[in-house]
Design a protein. Sequence first.
Lengths: 487, 487
Amino acid sequence: MTSPISTDLGSDLPVEEFRALAHEVADWAADYLGGVGSLPVLPGVRPGDVRSALPATPPLQGESLTEVLSDFRDVIVPGLTHWNHPSFFGYFAMTGSGPGILAEMLTAALNVNAMVWRSSPSGTELEELIADWLRQLLGLPPSFDGVINDTASSSSLHALAAAREEAYPNVRNEGMFQQNPGRIYASEEAHSSIEKATLTLGFGRSGYQRIKTDGRLSMCPAALRSAIQEDVALGLKPVAVVTTLGTTSTAALDPVREVADVAQEFGLWLHVDAAYGGPAAIVPELRELFDGWEMADSIVVNPHKWLFTPVDCSLLYCRRPEVLIRAFSIVPEYLKTPETGAGRNLMDYGVPLGRRFRALKLWFVLRYFGRQGIVDRLRSHVALAQELAAWIDAAPAWERVAPAPLSLVAFRFVSKRLDGAALDDANHRIMERVNESGEAFLTHTVVRGRTCLRVSIGNLKTTHAHVRHTWKLLQEAATYEGGSIHP
Amino acid sequence: MTSPISTDLGSDLPVEEFRALAHEVADWAADYLGGVGSLPVLPGVRPGDVRSALPATPPLQGESLTEVLSDFRDVIVPGLTHWNHPSFFGYFAMTGSGPGILAEMLTAALNVNAMVWRSSPSGTELEELIADWLRQLLGLPPSFDGVINDTASSSSLHALAAAREEAYPNVRNEGMFQQNPGRIYASEEAHSSIEKATLTLGFGRSGYQRIKTDGRLSMCPAALRSAIQEDVALGLKPVAVVTTLGTTSTAALDPVREVADVAQEFGLWLHVDAAYGGPAAIVPELRELFDGWEMADSIVVNPHKWLFTPVDCSLLYCRRPEVLIRAFSIVPEYLKTPETGAGRNLMDYGVPLGRRFRALKLWFVLRYFGRQGIVDRLRSHVALAQELAAWIDAAPAWERVAPAPLSLVAFRFVSKRLDGAALDDANHRIMERVNESGEAFLTHTVVRGRTCLRVSIGNLKTTHAHVRHTWKLLQEAATYEGGSIHP
């Protein structure tokens, strides 16, 4: 059985070399996780610095991985913003965890693709199981069926595609061209991914209606009802309402039950964006904040935001998965399998055909921490946020701009000497001073036209001391704007 | 600095425990990669088996990761279809590699999110750099700007959203409702993700026109021109043409230059789906197959298909990235940064806001193998496919159903005694016998109404012996249908 053609050139990194390097990577990862708190959170690089430190063309001959790892340590890592740093308080403090990282390492080695049941039975069934575990933890009824997507942006896109499918029964065949113009409603505090989904689906900006919020930055159900009634009177077609449990700006919570009543009254799809806030429903004393979300048609919860799971992992729960499947299922011959009808084919639930084995990391996380361990940790993050909120409330030169029902505090520096744009600029400068220190990282938002700062807590390594030190940094930075240190 | 509230409960797996387990995982991964060739490719499980072997509810108290790893080995791994197996020839033989796996381990530990430059400078700039490296390897002009998505399904969705943006300048504001009905064209052999993208974007099935193919299963440019002219006469709006370089059924190649001429004549967006075939452009003697693709507006190439990169990693190249950005950029206040305008913000190029650090694995792969190492390996895969094609051509009871220009061979068992559905069934049974052996894994397709089998080569561990043995298994399986073993 000899061949004239050389066919065995195509070899991978030899296994024993892989083993040695994997041990090196294991040590690097442990050292990194143990020491990340002493690195600057925000690196001191400027746009272009990293790229210009690397060769502009790929090598002709292969290079040793020892060199690659050395460039990784010397060029890549110093140019990273460290999301693992315990004082990373920007955006949502997306946090991984040791168990999640270990599972991702296994996922990378397995490299399976659960597009259909046959292509990855364990991948498919562990995803079903873990989605159901999380559903139980969240207290949602068994009618909610979950699938994992990469991000909340994708989950919400899929949910609103299902809403569109439900509202326009012939959209799959006829498209949007001849349809009665439709409207999707969300509060003015809803995440940009909702608007992006409506644009992608062809509703356009004029098909996206922002509903005003009350003093707590929560959607006004009465304003929602009026907007729908107005649109109906204009001959437009209300399609879906998106309600948020934990907005990105301030963690505001929409009154889901009241919004659900309005959605039901008009027969609209109700999508709940609980990407960040959702995990809080696992904590008994916070469960009441979610009252009514079981009336939703779809809910997104991101374990990669506040449930110790490395990015990416977003759960989309759907009470009528058959509508989601109607919107997305296309089964060409080369993807038909003998199990069609028996095993679930995850490709039927959204845009991407290929899919990583994301269920594994969530399984590791939920088993390692257990329900009680999760409750303890989420509770402690909320307590840290409450503590910071109390310090801010007690400091004359600072004010909170919204309630802090979860683990995110939104606030601003205030001064009698400054207002309007000058005060906004002062807050920006304070944030930049803190960020340039490398000791903490914050991001800003705008609430009711005013620039505010945010401290978002969620990292497993964050302690009281990190929050306290960040509060000190903020006050020090504010002295340049006329602030003083509050004891 | 004491606090009345216990805030330090929220700790992660201790670093030294993580280190020990990461070393265990490193050894497991090395053993797995070294031994996967002796595991059954397709597991002997039935739908429900894996799920029913695991507890239906999450644990109340945390469990030890030793137990979790043991369940992983005993329950999860035996229920997996092994994409790493050197005789996995189904779908596209998605292959990882040691360097890619090591990089994924680092990505998991870092857990950064490159949505904006500031949130991950190295993540953003390494993605720019590596997209440009691959562009150079592919021989595309510098005008092509690349970004990484999860899958080709997402890349093509984004590309066609840009096409829609270009065709309907007011779609971002007005949506699709009042637009002149539009059409997207692709060959009847195009991948299902193209149809899925057109449905998602609101074109509907009636907005998706399949163009017939010639004897080589390549799109007929004349048929494309007629279809466009007919639609124009009907008052419909031609929007985009999708041409494929390496179809999923048979690796057929559309005549890109001729299709590009037609697209240019009518002013249509040209998207090239080279998700599988693209990497072959790195091989000098195969470059001519890609003649004309530099005329495209967008091109998708998946390093996770045939470029040794673990799933997921799909490159979307766009010659007019400003159109893509116009379709997708939404910058809420909380995502504005001081660098806006200087550093690139990757969130502006598609649906997902969050994004894993996928560039790292492609950087490891391109550096470790180098241009020459990649060429050698791709060339050897094509040679293996040619060899199998020659064996099939020489065997009286078998026939190829299409040319095999790359690393995929499509063929079928034939018999004088059988035709039509009976012959299709015989081919299905042959495939199932091979798959049930656990020694190789194939999937099927339908070409011109006839069931065919596919052998897709791409795994770095696949050698001449694996292909030869699979050919033997096929012939043995065919003896039950009246076939004989060809020497």
